[in-house]
Design a protein around this ligand. Structure first.
Ligand SMILES: [Zn+2]
Length: 215
């Protein structure tokens, strides 16, 4: 399938302009560093008002290590942004204004701080901090987007990944997994990486949405 030109423009406006740029401009000044790990180059931008950026980067690096050690292959270049504004979500952006593939992760104030969201990152796992699991979840979105290409953002089209998953399967993963197919995939991915195993039905649905595979 192909994504229509109008749909691309709508997504660029909604995702990049209203989402990423708004988050980006929430910090006036960034300090930058580069992190290389296992063939992956991460350009890291730390908002100077974000007192939590050091803790977030510990969590992100731990997550990248966990994902690679599990056997997944992330895209070769990513960007990670640390922001303090309450408006910034933990979120992945996958297309730039020219519709080129990008893998930008924004980390807001809830990356390392538990909240009431019924997600895997907010449940307790010995050996894993909240931030570690949050970043594994976000890397799940990155790998899913890399696998699906522009269909990651397609709507109402065969091969797209929008709408809600099966409730009977999502409930086996987490409450948050039930909200959207993309979240079902990222939550299942995070669960797998931290050592959970899932039923054949859950894994069948994960593969139906082209969830990331080891390799
Ligand atoms: Zn998510």
């Amino acid at each position: 399938m192909t994504v229509s030109a109008q749909r691309k423009q709508d997504m660029i406006q909604m995702e990049y302009a209203s989402g990423f740029l708004k988050a980006l401009y929430s910090e006036k000044v960034y300090t930058q560093e580069t992190y290389n790990y296992s063939g992956v180059t991460c350009y890291i931008f730390k908002g100077t008002t974000d007192a939590g950026s050091a803790e977030k980067l510990v969590a992100f690096k731990a997550a990248l290590t966990s994902v690679v050690e599990f056997g997944f292959t992330p895209p070769p270049v990513m960007r990670v942004y640390c922001m303090s504004s309450g408006n910034v979500q933990n979120r992945v952006f996958t297309r730039d204004p020219g519709w080129n593939a990008i893998y930008y992760i924004t980390l807001g104030p809830t990356t390392c701080t538990p909240s009431s969201v019924a997600s895997i990152s907010n449940s307790v796992h010995p050996g894993f901090t909240k931030g570690h699991v949050t970043c594994i979840h976000e890397l799940g979105h990155v790998l899913h987007a890399a696998r699906l290409g522009e269909n990651f953002l397609a709507v109402n089209a065969e091969g797209g990944c929008t709408g809600a998953p099966s409730g009977a399967n999502a409930v086996q993963v987490s409450g948050y997994a039930g909200g959207a197919k993309k979240e079902f995939v990222a939550e299942t991915f995070a669960g797998m990486v931290i050592g959970r195993t899932y039923s054949a039905e859950v894994m069948k649905e994960y593969r139906l949405y082209n969830g990331p595979e080891v390799g």
